[in-house]
Design a protein around this ligand. Structure first.
Ligand SMILES: Nc1nc2c(ncn2[C@@H]2O[C@H](COP(=O)(O)OP(=O)(O)OP(=O)(O)O)[C@@H](O)[C@H]2O)c(=O)[nH]1
Ligand SMILES: [Mg+2]
Length: 353
């Protein structure tokens, strides 16, 4: 799972990136530099420990979230008429989900007072505008080619929504439409989590009502944290962290809070694979079908997918072996259309020719 940390310049993206990954990328004035910061975090999962106690595998592997932090565009009063910078857009297209870091602290160097509600609206507009440009380009090309009428209708529908300032994530598409759109990797269609980055004094306050409302209107989840304080905490030894958090009135380290929020809001679940070689958790979107999920493990497993042998984690923990689960009728054989559930332990049967 690849998540992009995005937002306007100076909102604290790199600070948050450092907090989450434990890395120490350069903070402040990073804008204008070409390189993106890339980091990986492991998603804590007690189920893997429990499975490892049974299988004693050579290897335990937790699900990972890859974070990509890129310099943001300058915040402006008005939205930019030409859409976002193409390098930034490409970086955003490559990720599966976006975390929008919103500046909720004063930063005199930026010459602009903080206005989180405006940042939420402006950033969403940028995503929408960028998509609108792509949709219009596609429609223009379709006029020249002999276009598939279904596709044309679909793009007209997207255009209408975007022109009305509605992000594509608000629309529902059937499988066929989804397939037609997927190659375009539209920005306003990606799951979006809002992260309000507040000053040190405001951590225990929560989000201001206007900001909470701006999020609610868009049906987006908002989490609040203080990047600088959390970055300091992330650098401490684990024993010291708890004490520090308590002093600051924060109930849980940003990383854990963030991972939970990201999993929930980005609609992520984990399925598991277990054996003597490896016990492992894999991240997928809720609603992913078995064949697609198999592709997370290896593309051969998706291509040659035959069936998935599935047992739920609680059932497995009751019987503690595949054979006993089978005897008890808890081991199911599922086809490619099966919707994978959180904690499913899967074994994929496949065939490569
Ligand atoms: N007071 C306060 N300052 C912060 C907080 N988070 C970040 N800053 C400061 O804001 C400045 C910008 O932070 P960065 O993390 O570099 O911001 P960025 O979003 O990565 O900026 P670009 O890479 O330029 O787009 C730095 O001086 C940080 O120390 C915060 O929670 N509170
Ligand atoms: Mg940065």
């Amino acid at each position: 799972m690849k998540v992009g940390i995005v937002g306007f310049a100076g909102s604290g993206k790199t600070t948050i990136f450092n907090t989450l990954t434990g890395l120490r990328a350069e903070v402040g004035g990073y804008s204008g530099k070409d390189k993106a910061n890339i980091g990986i975090i492991k998603v804590p999962d007690a189920r893997i420990e429990a499975l490892a106690d049974i299988f004693h595998p050579k290897k335990k592997t937790l699900a990972e979230i890859n974070f990509v932090d890129v310099a943001g565009p300058e915040a402006t009063e008005e939205r930019q008429s030409s859409g976002l910078d193409s390098k930034l857009v490409n970086n955003m297209r490559e990720v599966e989900a976006l975390v929008h870091v919103i500046r909720g602290f004063e930063n005199p160097a930026l010459g602009q007072a903080c206005d989180p509600s405006r940042e939420i609206a402006n950033f969403d507009s940028e995503l929408i505008l960028t998509d609108l440009i792509s949709v219009e380009n596609r429609l223009t090309r379709m006029k020249k080619e002999k276009a598939n009428p279904r596709e044309k209708e679909l793009f007209e529908q997207c255009k209408e929504a975007l022109e009305a300032e509605r992000p594509l994530r608000d629309l529902t598409f059937d499988d066929e439409a989804q397939q037609l759109l997927s190659g375009f990797r539209f920005l306003s269609q990606k799951p979006l989590l809002l992260l309000l980055n507040v000053g040190e004094g405001d951590i225990s306050q929560g989000a201001p009502p206007a900001v909470a409302q701006a999020a609610a209107e868009r049906k987006l989840t908002l989490i609040t944290m203080c990047g600088t304080a959390e970055m300091d905490i992330a650098e401490l030894a684990p024993e010291e962290q708890a004490e520090f958090l308590q002093d600051l009135g924060i109930s849980e380290a940003a990383r854990d809070r963030f991972i939970r929020a990201a999993y929930g809001m980005l609609d992520l679940i984990s399925f598991l694979t277990a054996g003597e070689d490896e016990c492992r958790a894999w991240t997928i979107r809720r609603g992913t079908k078995a064949q697609k999920a198999a592709g997370k493990i290896h593309s051969d497993l998706e291509r040659g997918f035959i069936r998935a042998e599935v047992v739920s984690f609680p059932d497995f923990m009751q019987y503690k072996s595949e054979a006993k689960c089978k005897e008890a009728g808890k081991l199911r054989l599922e086809g490619k259309e099966y919707i994978v559930q959180d904690g499913d332990i899967m074994h994929i049967r496949f065939n490569v020719s």
